[in-house]
Design a protein around this ligand. Sequence first.
Ligand code: SF4
Length: 231
Amino acid sequence: MQLDLGTDPRTEILRRMHDRLIDEFGRVIRPDDERRDPIWTLVQGVIGARAKTAVSNANTDRLIAAYGTWDKVAEEELSALTAALKTATFPAMAAERLKACLQNIIDQRGRATLDHLAELDTAEAMEWLEQLPGVARKISAGVMNTSHFNRRALVLDAGHRRVAQRMGLVPAKADTARAFDALMLVLPPEWSAEDIDEHHMLGKRLAQTICRPKQPHCEVCPVRSDCDHGR
Ligand code: SF4
């Protein structure tokens, strides 16, 4: 995995895209109190497959309120965890993944904590996260960028990745890891972790409202002039 920065025509496109999306949707800045412990963010991602963010957030808050520690969550029976996650899109799968992930962390670190990642650089920390069951690039980038770690790592959900593919910023068939590697190399070097977080939320909003999966509304899209598909 490479996280180096460089110059590329796509860097200027990303700057323009960011400004135009702010013009379209306004600023989308994550409040500090929405940055959570890294392990909270990991759990939220692991149980959040195909679920709305608000539902996954509520489930994660409910779990830690009910059990007190993530170690206790890992000890719980699968059937009880499945019941606790009944509002998840796939409760049984979420429970199984969560238990396996937390247990793996405990096996390696002695308890359910990600504190050791603070000592690693971002690429090393993401590689460590991605060897956990149920953790791929979207979740590892989310832990790095949106938790208290607040590191430079671009979260790419399916919608934002679709936008990047259609615009020609990443290869058309790039999976999340490949798209992440391609975009991290060309992000404007002056962007902070918070800017990168905002860029993801703006890209996600574009995907949800205008760059829809089956029928993109290119005629009203603010980034059309920079988009391979839209042109
Ligand atoms: S111009 Fe069309 S395809 Fe390109 S990002 Fe906008 S809506 Fe999506």
